[in-house]
Write a protein that binds this ligand. Structure first.
Ligand code: IPE
Ligand code: IPE
Ligand code: MG
Length: 236
């Protein structure tokens, strides 16, 4: 059975290729990240128009901390500006913003703007926009395991009662449905530590388009393609 557009609840995107976009134009990598913000805006607006309940964007991985300090600083500053500049519009569009990842690692200035934006939009219910920041699936699963072990040790939880929902319930994404679709731009065919538990049955889409060139037309055509895919979930 094929699915309808209205059945797509959650789309997650690995926004990749900003550096290569810039390099092709002999620009500094940072220019690519700046340009990538326009694509973020466009995809958020389109996702809401398509009636998605959740859109998750991989913006900064746990491994991205290993990039040169100047690039990390520039990314943090772009992130901060994004939060300051976009929060009112997100709020007007009834979008709730949340961050998933090891947020304590982010610079204080970014955390402050995140908190303001999260507070401002916390009651919104049209769509949840999750920014994956300092996010890594292995890190997420490791901290879930620690929390579950603590509960088992304190007697709050019986080991025999641990099931898949116990684990899902300790992930950063605990309030989100699993993604129906995971998209990666820039031609790389890997997950790079993104939503490895949650994407167990997601439909994966890889496009050669570099993130700054990704827009609503291509987004829409992926959602249309999804409708022609058959999701069997292990059944016949
Ligand atoms: C994605 O673009 C943005 C982040 C990972 C922060 P890249 O910066 O990875 O761009 P490429 O892959 O080098 O082209
Ligand atoms: C994945 O992209 C992380 C984000 C898009 C935020 P990377 O560019 O960091 O991934 P690799 O290094 O190509 O696997
Ligand atoms: Mg990359």
């Amino acid at each position: 059975m094929s699915s309808k557009l209205s059945e797509i609840k959650h789309v997650a995107i690995i926004m990749d290729g900003n550096g290569r976009w810039a390099k092709k134009r002999l620009f500094n990598r940072i220019k690519g990240h700046e340009k990538g913000i326009n694509a973020v805006r466009e995809v958020v607006t389109a996702g809401r128009e398509y009636g998605l309940k959740a859109l998750t964007l991989y913006a900064f991985s746990t491994e991205n901390w290993n990039r040169p300090e100047t690039e990390v600083k520039a990314l943090m500053s772009l992130l901060k500006n994004f939060l300051v500049n976009e929060r009112n519009e997100l709020n007007d569009k009834n979008i709730k913003l949340q961050a998933i990842g090891d947020i304590d690692k982010l610079p204080e200035k970014v955390r402050k703007e995140l908190e303001i934006t999260q507070d401002l939009t916390s009651q919104n219910d049209q769509m949840v926009l999750s920014l994956a920041l300092s996010y890594g699936s292995r890190d997420e699963i490791t901290s879930a395991v620690k929390k579950i072990a603590d509960k088992a040790l304190s007697g709050e939880l019986n080991v025999s009662d641990i099931d898949e929902s116990t684990i899902s319930g300790e992930l950063y994404t605990k309030d989100l449905p699993d993604p129906d679709i995971v998209i990666r731009t820039s031609g790389e065919i890997r997950l790079s530590n993104f939503l490895m538990w949650q994407a167990a049955y997601s439909e994966l889409f890889f496009t050669e388009t570099l993130w700054p060139d990704f827009g609503k037309e291509e987004f829409h055509s992926i959602l249309k393609d999804f409708q022609n895919r058959e999701r069997r979930f292990g059944k016949v």
